[in-house]
Design a protein around this ligand. Structure first.
Ligand SMILES: Nc1nc2c(c(=O)[nH]1)N[C@H]1C(S)=C(S)[C@@H](COP(=O)(O)O)O[C@H]1N2
Ligand SMILES: [Mo]
Length: 221
């Protein structure tokens, strides 16, 4: 777990993405509804699966991996991988929409649904926000309702095989109805909070919520 407190790196792509947020790059000014249009405005389809991160690829084995769920919950959780996969397993097929404009359809995920996790940890009444902490120092924040979406899960497998390191294995979050930066890779801990706490991209010009059909790419104008 040595990667936990390393500062996130400042790569060329990271600097470009901060500039795009300032310039409003890729915005079309259109909106669409998820039930009417599968491909959100300003997105294009890709068949391969691009890798996007801060340039670090933590390699945490399933044996070393732990999930720490803490903060405003009745039942804090600290599971190893065996305990994690002993929970109810769920399969979902969903689309990916990355803010850098690629989308990828029909990704098959397996893992623990966030609803089943919420049943296990029982957020306290004051809990309204969730922050995901990852092994590369990345963080991202979600409203509790978004985290609790029907098709959101903590995924350990993709297309029937263990999630590769580059895509966030052993376990990543998948929240299909928001831009993919909300779907934290190399998940380490989940913190429940009464107050919002913007994450890595949310403090670097990206939208606090990130709904692709409303083109919530950037914060501000
Ligand atoms: N821990 C961590 N999670 C992360 C990121 C990251 O840099 N670190 N990048 C986010 C961004 S910007 C995107 S688009 C997706 C990319 O996931 P992929 O590489 O599996 O396509 O992961 C998200 N989750
Ligand atoms: Mo992204």
């Amino acid at each position: 777990m040595t990667e936990q407190n390393d500062p996130p790196p400042d790569s060329k792509l990271t600097r470009s993405k901060e500039r795009w947020a300032r310039e409003g790059r890729f915005l079309t000014g259109k909106t669409a509804r998820a039930d009417e249009q599968r491909l959100p405005p300003g997105q294009h389809l890709t068949k391969d699966w691009p890798i996007l991160d801060l340039g670090l690829t933590p390699q945490i084995s399933r044996e070393r991996w732990r999930l720490d769920v803490y903060g405003a919950v009745e039942h804090p959780i600290f599971w190893d991988f065996t305990e994690f996969t002993a929970q109810q397993q769920t399969n979902f097929v969903s689309d990916i929409h990355c803010v850098t404009t690629w989308s990828r359809y029909d990704n098959q995920w397996e893992g623990l649904s966030t609803r089943d996790l919420l049943n296990a940890c029982r957020p306290r009444d004051e809990a309204r926000y969730v922050v995901l902490h990852s092994h590369d120092g990345y963080t991202t924040n979600l409203a509790l309702e978004d985290f609790a979406a029907e098709d959101a899960l903590l995924a350990h497998s993709w297309s029937g095989v263990p999630l590769h390191w580059e895509h966030g294995g052993p376990v990543r979050l998948v929240v299909p109805h928001l831009y993919f930066w909300k779907s934290a890779k190399w998940l380490q801990s989940i913190e429940f909070l009464a107050e919002d706490a913007p994450g890595y991209w949310e403090v670097r010009g990206y939208h606090n919520r990130g709904d692709p059909w409303k083109e919530e790419r950037y914060s501000g104008g």
